[in-house]
Structures are given as structure tokens and as C-alpha cells.
Design a protein around this ligand. Sequence first.
Ligand code: TYD
Length: 290
Amino acid sequence: MIISKSFSKLTEFWKKLNFLDSTTHYLYRQKRDISIYIVAAIYKHLITKYTLQKYTSNFRSCGAGMILKNFAVIEGCDGSGTTTQAKLLENKLKSKENQKTAGFSAAEPKAKYSLIPYFVTCEPTQGPVGTLIRRILKREIPAEKETLARLFSADRAEHLYGPEGIVTRCNQGELVVSDRYTPSSLVYQGLECGRELPELLNSAFPYPELLVYIDLDSEAAIGRIGKRKEQREIYDHLEFQSRVRSAYLELLPFYEEAGVRVLCLDGTKEPSELALEIWNEVGKMPIMNK
Ligand code: TYD
């Protein structure tokens, strides 16, 4: 209803602008006044830009340059333990420690407990695009580096804005934790295709509220990957992983500057110790203190 009303207003306004445009064009052709033509053209350009921006941000409700509240991501090179930490965090969120009291009063002395709603997820996702990506990473299907960069961002768009997506969940008051997000694309695809393409493909996505980075040197990372029984993926080699680490360290200040809380952890620590550090930081998010 509101959308169709504002759309008809927009169309009306557009017609008026077009009328103004053709009138000024006529005046210009008549050599009456060139300045009014220039002013009207600039005016029309600005209005178009403004309305398009407004429409896009309404549609997305959360996009470029915005921090998505209640959203935390875990990042690091391959083998740094992002998946292990996402699982440990999920266990904590399931446990009693995540229970908050509600309805505690003199009339109702017995505290009622409720869980803070949460959702732990990952990228590449389990969806169709994510599944295709995993097959490419395992070299089962060939793809150009640029194609892969585009697939990662398509998978992310679905992850964010699809049904039951991250944005909907966060806006409804759920804590969402993702094992990898935009920093992975900026780092991995940045190294593969140059910075421009992944920056462009990810520029419309919101920032997380919290970014946990698990730092690990490439030798240790490759050692851990080697112990896994799974099939090796395209990025699992020493030289690439050492570039991944440097790229992460270079990238983190940009997220900090954008207002994201960044927690940098020492990946050589015991998983349980890291899990505690992450839990303490997640505990500082406003959603955990409501
Ligand atoms: P992941 O399943 O997290 O791997 P691991 O559990 O071994 O850390 O991610 C798969 C790979 O995909 C990993 O090498 C990082 C890479 N990746 C990108 O290159 N770009 C991206 O945008 C994402 C999300 C992951």
C-alpha cells in the first residue's frame, strides 16, 4: 500500500520533471536561456540519484556502509579454526550460560528462563550456490577465478536477503554468527583477482557488528590442514595461506574504521581458551544484555 502510493507519487513527480526537461530544452533550442536548461538538468540528475538511493536502501533495509546489529562473524585463514570456534560458540549459546531471567518479581518469585535467540551459519552456505562453490573448491568443476568471486557474492546475497536470511533474523532480534563473510572474499578473491572486483561485488553488503579474527601463521595452518582426512581444496597451500594472513592483517583496520568491533585472537591457543575469549566478547553485544 505504502509502496504503491509512493510509487504513484514518484511517477507523477517524474512526469513533471520530464515536462520541465522538455520545456527547458525547447527554451534552449529557442536560444532564450541556456542557464535554466543547465540548472534543470542538474536538478533532474540529483533527484534521480536521490530517489534511486532511497528506493534501494528501503528495499534492502540494510546495505552498504551500514552495520548490521546482532551480527557477528568469525574469520581466519584455512586451518585457523573458524569452524571449530563457530561450533563451540553455538554450544555456549545452547547452554545454560545463555539463559536470561525473565518475569522475576515479588509476585512471581520463581525466575523463568528464556534463551537468547541465535542462529549459527557459514559461508559458503549449504544452499545451491554454496554447494556449487564447494565443488569448485574441490576441483570437481572448473571455473574462472572471477566466476568464483561472483558466485561467493551471489551466495552471500541469498544468505543475507533470502527467506529466513541473516538480515531478517538480525532485525527480528536474533543473534546471528557466521563462519566467514565479506572479509573472506576481500582477502581470498582479492588475492586471486585483484581488489577491485571483490570490493565491487561486496560493496552493497552490510558490515557485521563484531568481527572475530583468528590469527595463525601459515606453517601451522598448513600443518593442521594436512592432518585432516578431507580432500584438499584449491587454496590449501603454504604460499597462498601466508598471503592470506598478510591480507587479513592489512584489511582489519578498515573494518575498525567503519565502526566494526574487531577482536584479534592468537590461533595457537587451545580451542577452549579461544572459545572463552569469543564468548566474553559476544557477551558485550547489546543483544546479550537486553
Ligand atoms: P571453509 O569451509 O570455511 O573452509 P575451512 O573450514 O577449511 O576454513 O571455507 C572454504 C574455503 O572458501 C576457504 O578456503 C575460504 C574460501 N572462501 C573464499 O575464498 N571466499 C569467500 O568469500 C568465502 C566465504 C570463503
